[in-house]
Design a protein around this ligand. Structure first.
Ligand SMILES: Nc1nc2c(ncn2[C@@H]2O[C@H](COP(=O)(O)OP(=O)(O)OP(=O)(O)O)[C@@H](O)[C@H]2O)c(=O)[nH]1
Length: 331
């Protein structure tokens, strides 16, 4: 990866990691570990926190020159426009950096932050999401998930979930938490940490790359017709279809679905067989935005199975399946 000097004509988009997790879960501790473990990287960091006086920036060690603060508001709501402005300033600053980390407030909905990177063409040209990392407090995480909708959304949107303070709980408790998180988000990688120290390569998740997505979706959905994971009213529904999709019908359906039910749909990811296309089409949504990318061609010896995972709240599985079936190619 080449250096980025804030020029609008960079050769490669700068990878972006969104760091999220409920209040006190260990985001700043993890950030400090990332900085310590990646001396080869020139990290730029955007900190967002509530409160008049920014504090977290002072708690991040050794990167003071490259820290940008968005204080006194939440990045996912009132400060979203400011985030885009800060990204532009970052590019214009002349600072050299090759990876951007955004630490959100503990209350932020990371999909709203991610939206800036998939909805603004100017930003998209310069930055590319690598993935969202969500910290969960091993001790209080379970309780927080029962009480706080924001925490549930953070989990369901994450590409990697890090259970921090793992040594502070017993093994069986940790295993139960892990399995609960797996049910809520079967697509995420799950790992453990103490004081933010973890083995996982969190800055290279490539969560939005077609090949990586395909592997993940395949591992979750398999070849069986349909199944779903349940966490109270939040569920991950998986579907497989062995007939090709009509691309336009699918696009139309997904746009209407996200427009009408977007609030309750946390994530859609899918690999689709589309009539008249040799390439596998990878679909994913971030809030109301959605996009297709091409993965490799379907190999001759691989059945053309479309696999789709929809994670959301209070979703009616039968209705989703029926609607998806109506998007299958008629020809
Ligand atoms: N026991 C224990 N404490 C930890 C661990 N990791 C972090 N802490 C402590 O937990 C507190 C919160 O950690 P932070 O890294 O500031 O968490 P945060 O998510 O950035 O917090 P907010 O910015 O307030 O949302 C601090 O006092 C840390 O020292 C851990 O693995 N075990």
């Amino acid at each position: 990866m080449s250096d980025h000097k804030g020029s609008p004509l960079q050769d490669m988009p700068i990878p972006v990691t969104i760091l999220t997790g409920f209040l006190g879960a260990g985001k700043t501790s993890l950030l400090n570990q990332l900085i310590a473990n990646h001396p080869e990287k020139k990290l730029a960091i955007i900190e967002n926190e509530f409160g008049e006086v920014p504090i977290d920036g002072d708690l991040v060690i050794g990167a003071q020159d490259n820290i940008f603060e968005l204080a006194n508001g939440c990045i996912c709501c009132s400060l979203n426009g400011e985030l885009i402005e800060t990204l532009r300033q970052l590019l214009d600053s002349g600072k050299v950096f090759d990876h951007l980390i955004i630490e959100t407030t503990g209350m932020a909905e990371p999909d709203a932050v991610a939206l800036s990177f998939v909805s603004d063409p100017g930003i998209q040209a310069e930055f590319q999401l690598d993935g969202t990392v969500c910290l969960v407090d091993a001790v209080s995480g379970q309780e927080t998930l029962l009480e706080r909708e924001e925490a549930v959304k953070q989990i369901t949107f994450a590409d990697c979930i890090v259970i921090n303070k793992a040594n502070d709980v017993q093994e069986h408790y940790l295993a139960a938490l892990q399995s609960n998180l797996r049910e809520m988000n079967p697509l995420a990688q799950i790992t453990t940490a103490n004081y933010g120290r973890t083995e996982a390569n969190l800055l290279h998740l490539q969560a939005y790359e077609a090949g990586e997505l395909e592997q993940k979706i395949k591992s979750v959905v398999g070849d069986s017709p349909t199944h779903h994971h349940h966490h109270s009213d939040v569920a991950a529904h998986s579907f497989t279809f062995d007939q090709p999709f009509d691309l336009l019908a699918f696009i139309h359906w997904s746009k209407v679905l996200l427009m009408i039910q977007g609030k309750n749909i946390y994530r859609i990811k899918g690999i689709l067989d589309v009539g008249n296309e040799n390439a596998k089409m990878v679909f994913q949504s971030v809030r109301t935005q959605s996009a297709f990318t091409r993965a490799g061609d379907w190999p001759e010896n691989e059945p053309r199975l479309s696999r789709i995972v929809i994670i959301g709240k209070n979703l009616k599985r039968e209705a989703l399946e029926k609607a998806l079936r109506s998007c299958l190619s008629k020809g």
